[in-house]
Write a protein that binds this ligand. Structure first.
Ligand SMILES: Cc1cc2nc3c(=O)[nH]c(=O)nc-3n(C[C@H](O)[C@H](O)[C@H](O)COP(=O)(O)OP(=O)(O)OC[C@H]3O[C@@H](n4cnc5c(N)ncnc54)[C@H](O)[C@@H]3O)c2cc1C
Ligand SMILES: NC(=O)c1ccc[n+]([C@@H]2O[C@H](COP(=O)([O-])OP(=O)(O)OC[C@H]3O[C@@H](n4cnc5c(N)ncnc54)[C@H](OP(=O)(O)O)[C@@H]3O)[C@@H](O)[C@H]2O)c1
Length: 257
């Protein structure tokens, strides 16, 4: 067995959920350091040539959930010919997987300017994961007046975690709005199209019944880098500013590739 690289520790798969043929969730237990909702860590395995392959994956559960932060959940898609995701797809309960001891990332509640009242969480595909972690935090429920979760996927089957989203809706009451977008098939109750165009046309705000304002709104964008780029451009056209720690603004993002 090759030496475990610095920063990785041994973990064990404790369960999995199948969503579609190539989308699944893995539950993994490992003695990791505490993390913040919205952060990501590394998962790693050895490849056929005996080399370590590691990639970033976001935590789906809040660090404050009842079985503790060392019980982690991840939402994954197996990318065709993907070196690591195709291996992760085969993991079963009891298997070993290596995990980053320390999580990272700035897509957290602490980075959102204190005066913001309306939080927009815009995701594609598996990038809904870190937003579910953020939504599991009591601080999110108490701090904001409105939280809009937008999840854009190709097909209805990829609208994952429906029962968790229902629980969130129950606990947040009228503070929470969920807007599914399905781009490649008809789906009752979902919008059709893409996030940047739905922002531009005003349909996203109209569906959420939340008014966008530079004073009150903050957007986190996560997932497909083309969505992130085009949505950022659209937000700038609408008069919003990219958020920087030294210069507070309205939006911030995380690219998945
Ligand atoms: C901060 C961060 C957090 C991430 N969190 C997650 C996560 O929670 N779940 C997850 O499945 N992936 C996540 N990713 C992507 C992940 O790190 C890998 O890139 C992905 O699993 C592919 O790795 P691979 O070795 O199988 O494929 P590679 O051989 O590295 O192929 C990469 C290609 O796969 C495609 N791709 C990568 N990730 C995705 C994705 N999530 N959805 C659709 N297409 C994709 C892109 O076309 C990309 O060019 C995250 C990436 C970053 C940077
Ligand atoms: N063959 C390819 O060219 C290609 C490209 C990307 C991903 N993939 C692979 O396909 C699998 C599925 O991934 P996925 O469905 O989770 O990811 P995805 O392709 O990112 O699709 C998720 C959602 O993002 C939307 N989207 C894509 N580009 C966008 C943009 N520029 N602006 C706004 N929205 C955009 C998609 O809309 P649309 O349906 O309108 O695209 C879809 O609703 C992965 O394995 C991935 O690697 C293949």
């Amino acid at each position: 067995m090759k030496e475990i690289p610095h920063g990785l520790i041994k973990g064990r798969v404790t369960g999995r959920t199948e969503w579609t043929d190539n989308e699944f969730s893995l539950r993994i237990n490992a003695p990791v350091e505490p993390y913040l909702a919205g952060q990501f860590t590394k998962l790693a395995l050895l490849n056929g040539a005996g080399e370590w392959v590691r990639r970033a994956y976001s935590l789906v559960n809040s660090p404050n959930h009842k079985s503790g932060h060392q019980d982690m959940e991840f939402l994954l898609i197996s990318v065709s010919d993907g070196e690591l995701s195709s291996q992760l797809r085969n993991l079963q309960r009891g298997d070993t997987v290596y995990v980053g001891k320390q999580a990272a990332g700035f897509m957290t509640l602490a980075e959102i300017p204190a005066h913001i009242t309306d939080l927009w969480l815009l995701s594609t595909g598996t990038a809904i994961g870190p937003f579910l972690s953020i939504l599991d935090e009591l601080e999110t429920r108490t701090r904001f007046k409105k939280i809009v979760l937008v999840h854009a996927v190709r097909t209805k089957a990829e609208l994952v975690y429906q029962s968790k989203i229902e629980q969130i809706a129950d606990s947040y009451k009228d503070k929470f709005v969920y807007i599914p977008i399905v781009s490649r098939e008809q789906c009752a109750g979902a919008l059709r199209g893409r996030i940047p165009q739905l922002l531009q046309s005003g349909l996203l705000a109209e569906s959420a019944q939340v008014r966008l304002t530079a004073e009150n709104s903050f957007f986190y964008l996560c997932g497909n880098p083309d969505m992130v780029k085009e949505t950022s451009e659209q937000l700038v056209l609408l008069g919003y500013k990219k958020h920087l720690r030294r210069k507070p603004g309205n939006f911030s993002s995380e690219n998945y590739w």
